[in-house]
Design a protein around this ligand. Sequence first.
Ligand code: G3H
Ligand code: 13P
Ligand code: ZN
Length: 338
Amino acid sequence: MPLMTTKPMFDLAYGGGFAVGAFNVNNMEITQGIIEAAAAESSPLILQISKGARKYANMIYLRHIINAAVEQYPSLPIAIHLDHGDTVDLVQTCINDGFTSVMIDGSHHPYEENIAVTKKATDLAHANGVVVEAELGMLGGIEEDVVGLDAAEYEKNIEKFLTDPQQAVDFSKRTGIDSLAVAIGTSHGAYKFKHEAKLAFNRIEQIMKTCPGLPLVMHGSSSVPQEFIDLVNKYGGKMPNAKGVPEDQINMAVTKYGVCKVNIDTDLRLALTAKIREVFATKPAEFDPRNYLGPGREAIIGMVRRKMHVLNSAGKADAVNKHWEKLGKPMPKYYVKK
Ligand code: G3H
Ligand code: 13P
Ligand code: ZN
């Protein structure tokens, strides 16, 4: 059962010209859509769960849904990751829940406080065989549990918010993290840019130079494809001026600049919502949830398959499994004890 940490994945992604997609799960249909896509593309994958997802779905349900996915596709390399963990207590809870990877996001704290909370979380996670992602710099955008800056303010002051390459070395050395989420011009949500959509590629390049060997993570990486915005708006939605990171820039960040993990949530929400809106608008008599959630799930499969090509992770599942075996099939303590 290749449930694993992200280490075997990032070992190959680093310098390997691909990134592993980390997709947010909130319910059964979303999880099934993601897993079906990964199976169809033979791609490694990270299923990530936010504090908001835990609150919405109840971790007992999410755990069983994820276990079902792992059981259905036992040869898919899958990591279960906490997205934007904000406290050491939450990290501990997720370790107890069987997560193989956690994020501790102290980026909104002053620098020394970010180091202190990240170091605590990292020591705890490592003692349990779990890997850690942390964040340095500031992302824009507003999500329920992830509050950033609005697009206009972010773009105006962008230099001030980007991850500092020198600080990144100090941060990673003093905390012992396994991967680092960097601010390089992306934001959370569907309204990422007021003006031109542009990533700070030179910043990724500088951080890769100052922190060799450290896998970099890009949050806020949805592309908000125009055809989905058009569908939403056509069928009664209201998402004017939505704008994401163009897929060619995501692909470049991965294949040319070496980003190893790419976080996507908004595009899944968009695919599901656009499809459900279409069913409601074109079949107003429909009231069987299976007949709108089903097409919504299909839309998620299509969206995630598309991402796996943008990230160049399609076809990499076997190689990751072999590498995991070569490493001695490392598993967090939770699974070893079980
Ligand atoms: O980065 C945030 C993710 O999109 C999760 O969002 O906190 O609304 O679950 P959420
Ligand atoms: P998007 O809002 O661009 O999908 O980003 C999701 C994310 O970063 C989750 O951590
Ligand atoms: Zn994020």
